[in-house]
Each structure stands twice: as structure tokens, then as C-alpha cells.
Write a protein that binds this ligand. Structure first.
Ligand code: GLU
Length: 420
């Protein structure tokens, strides 16, 4: 397999092309297509930080501001030591399409700081977060670019950043970052948003296929917040989680796994392989190949590729992670009649609640948990119906249709604003 096949940005562009060829078979929107196949702007930022040792260390960060035709750039800040500029571009592209498919008035972007946060003390992490904002505050803001947490970034980090931003602009600006702690304007009911959004989408898509979650078996790759919460929500739905994995490996039991003890293990920072019940031990990727009704990749990008797609035995896949399946793998899965509910729809619950947080911050009036849940359900189910029914009608994949729904909205906004 060549590396280009694992280049997330090439993959994102291929997904856009597939959708575009169906959307505009006569190629009448080539200008708009060219625009969405590139970020509007990429910033590379240098962040000097005084470490606990009093030495100054310099960190590098990237921001891809992909598209803001429908509203401010929106997307997470990732703290990770391995970064590839193209990955940042891909993640920003998916954010634009994600916000458009669920029809929230925001664009897409992604931030990335090259750092292994585990090597930093709490103070160093706070200084890095604050100095980062000092370097970027002119390029962000509630009306222009609104970051949120992502891999290795937390509500506490968002609160420090929001505080620094507010100090620099001289006014309290809670809407400058989302995913903040409740005390600093975190929208209630945030922790479950990704998984709960995924459950609403899955139930609706199954319903459109004259099916239900009742009695279904699930395998989940990834036991962090999204995957584990998804597993916990399945208990009430009479569905059974039979396989789950984390970076330490996977576990499988065809009769089901006890989710409460898995939650306990993860709370104590242990691996799922420390599970005490009966199980077959798997390596981290094997969970993807077990026979089950629904497979949920909830870990990282590029997990199902042309090298292993043929091994997948699930009947349906729902992507809770961003970009876990490559376009080549998509083709193999389609040939094998395994449908995929795409990330831009399935994991959009998080950014939907970010949107609600941003709106509440702006009006300084806060909704109760049930109102937020109801609003999320209404909007995400609408999006699922839109994608599911049309994919069925036009006999295409859920991914292609999700991209088409989003593309139509992004192109219309660009046209109305006179961009092209
Ligand atoms: N990490 C989130 C995502 O990938 C960020 C979205 C947001 O801005 O809330 O969906």
C-alpha cells in the first residue's frame, strides 16, 4: 500500500470528488469544487514557552481554516507530537462538511500543536495554552474562528484559552472557545454528545432500513469517551457489545461484555484487556474483523484500508472517529455490500453541542439539559433522514449522499455571498 493511500487529505478530496461527480455530472460547478478542495488559509505559528526549568522551548502549531462560507471556522485543537500538515487540512475539510450536513451555521477548521502533553507539567501546559492564544488571538474570535477540544485537549485547556483571549481583547468572551467546563460556560450534557448523536443517527438509519437496534451485536474499536459511552448507551437499547479494543489490545465474547466493569477499568486508566470476565484476547485491530451486526470505529484515522477491508464481516459500519475508512476501502466495502454511515454525520453530535454552547454564550442564557438533548435529537435525526432516504432513492452510499447534502449547502452559501 502506498503512503498516498494513507494521506488523509487525499482521501478527503477523493470523497469530495465522488460526491461532486454525482452532484454535478456536467461539471458546471468546477470553481466551487476547486475552492472546497483547499483550505482558505493555513497558519503556521511559533509558540515560545518558559518551561519549569526556566529554559525557553519553542513549539510549532498549525491552523487550517478550511471554509467559512456558512459561518465562522469551527473545529478542534489537537495536541499531539505526530503531525502531518495534510492531516490538519483533511480534518479541517471534514469539519466544513460536518457542520453543513447537520445544517449548523458554521464553517470548518482544525488546530494542531506539535507537543506530547504527557511530557509537560500542569503549569507548562497552562503556559503553552496561554502563549498559544497570545500568538493567535488576532486570527480567532466568536465571530470568526471558534476552536474546541480534540485529541489530548480538555475543558480545562479551553477555559485557560478563553480566559487569555478575554484578557487580550479586554472583554469577557466565552464564545471564543467551546467545550469549556460548566463554570466557564460549558453547555450542559456535553460528555455524551458524540455517542448520543451516534445512537440517534444509527437508530434512524436502521429504521429507514425497516430494522431496529433490538438484539443487535456491536464491535467497537476505541474505548475512550465516544466508544465507551456508545457501549454504555447500548445497554438501554437491548443491543449487545461483543467486542471492544483500546491501544493495549481488544477483547471479545460472543455472549456480550459487561460495560460497567469496562467503564471501571477505563476510569482507573487500565486497558480493556484487564477485563475480568470471560473473553478471547484480540490485538487492537482484530476487533474490526469479528462477525457482528454493527461495527463502530471510534479511534483514529485510516484504520480500514484496501489492505484489510476484505476482512470486515460486519453488516453495517458507523464511523464515530474522523476518517477511519479510506476511499479504496470504501469501494471494497461497497462491493461486499457493507454500508457505511459516515463520520461527518455519525460523530456530529459533538460539534452540534459546541454550536449550542456558542449560541448560549452569545445570549448569556443557558438551556437545561433536556432542551439541549431535544434540540440535538431533532437536528441530527433530520440530517440522518435526509441522508438515509436520499441514499436509498438514488442507490448511492450514505457517504456520497452526506457529502452531496453538505456540498449543496456550502456551494449555495458561496454563490449567495458572491464568492464564485
Ligand atoms: N473535535 C471535534 C470534532 O472533530 C471538534 C468540533 C467542535 O468544534 O466542537 O468534531
Amino acid at each position: 500500500m502506498s503512503d498516498s493511500k494513507l494521506n488523509a487529505f487525499e482521501n478527503a478530496k477523493a470523497q469530495i470528488d465522488t460526491a461532486y461527480n454525482l452532484y454535478s455530472p456536467d461539471n458546471t460547478q468546477a470553481g466551487k469544487l476547486a475552492i472546497v478542495k483547499n483550505p482558505k488559509r493555513i497558519l503556521e505559528i511559533t509558540i515560545p514557552v518558559k518551561m519549569d526549568s526556566w529554559e525557553t522551548k519553542v513549539f510549532t502549531a498549525f491552523r487550517a481554516q478550511h471554509n467559512d462560507a456558512r459561518g465562522p471556522f469551527k473545529g478542534g485543537i489537537r495536541f499531539h507530537q505526530d503531525v502531518d500538515r495534510d492531516e490538519v487540512k483533511a480534518l479541517s475539510t471534514w469539519m466544513t462538511f460536518k457542520c453543513a450536513v447537520i445544517d449548523i451555521p458554521l464553517g470548518g477548521g482544525k488546530w494542531w500543536i506539535i507537543v506530547n502533553p504527557k511530557e509537560l507539567s500542569e503549569w507548562e501546559l497552562e503556559r503553552l495554552s496561554r502563549w498559544y492564544v497570545r500568538q493567535i488571538y488576532k486570527y480567532i474570535g466568536p465571530d470568526s474562528d471558534v476552536p474546541a477540544p480534540d485529541v489530548n485537549t480538555t475543558p480545562q485547556i479551553m477555559a485557560w484559552m478563553m480566559d487569555e483571549y478575554s484578557t487580550l481583547v479586554g472583554k469577557y468572551s466565552p464564545g471564543s472557545f467551546t467545550g469549556k467546563p460548566l463554570t466557564s460556560g460549558w453547555s450542559k450534557w456535553r460528555g455524551q454528545a458524540t455517542a448520543q448523536g451516534g445512537v440517534y443517527v444509527l437508530e434512524k438509519i436502521l429504521q429507514l432500513r425497516d430494522d431496529t437496534l433490538d438484539g443487535k451485536t456491536l464491535c467497537i474499536q476505541g474505548a475512550w469517551n465516544a466508544g465507551l459511552t456508545m457501549a454504555a448507551l447500548m445497554v438501554d437499547k437491548w443491543a449487545t457489545v461483543i467486542g471492544i479494543s483500546d491501544s493495549g489490545g481488544g477483547i471479545y465474547n460472543k455472549d456480550g461484555l459487561d460495560i460497567k466493569s469496562l467503564q471501571e477499568l477505563k476510569k482507573n486508566r487500565k486497558s480493556v484487556t484487564d477485563y475480568s470476565g470471560d473473553f478471547e484476547k484480540l490485538d487492537a485491530k482484530e476487533v474490526l474483523y469479528k462477525e457482528c451486526d454493527v461495527l463502530i470505529p471510534a479511534a483514529l484515522e485510516n484504520q480500514i484500508t484496501d489492505e484489510n477491508a476484505d476482512k470486515v464481516q460486519a453488516k453495517l459500519i458507523m464511523e464515530l472517529a474522523n476518517g477511519p475508512i479510506t476511499p479504496e476501502a470504501d469501494e471494497i466495502l461497497e462491493k461486499n455490500k457493507i454500508d457505511v454511515i459516515p463520520d461527518i454525520l455519525a460523530n456530529a453530535g459533538w460539534v452540534m453541542v459546541s454550536y449550542f454552547e456558542w449560541v448560549q454564550n452569545d445570549m448569556n442564557f443557558y438551556w437545561e439539559e433536556d432542551e439541549i438533548q431535544e434540540k440535538l435529537k431533532k437536528k441530527i435525526v433530520e440530517a440522518a433522514v435526509n441522508v438515509g432516504e436520499t441514499a436509498k432513492k438514488y442507490d448511492t452510499t450514505y457517504r456520497a449522499w452526506a457529502f452531496i447534502v453538505a456540498m449543496d449547502r456550502i456551494f449555495s452559501a458561496m454563490k449567495d455571498r458572491g464568492e464564485v
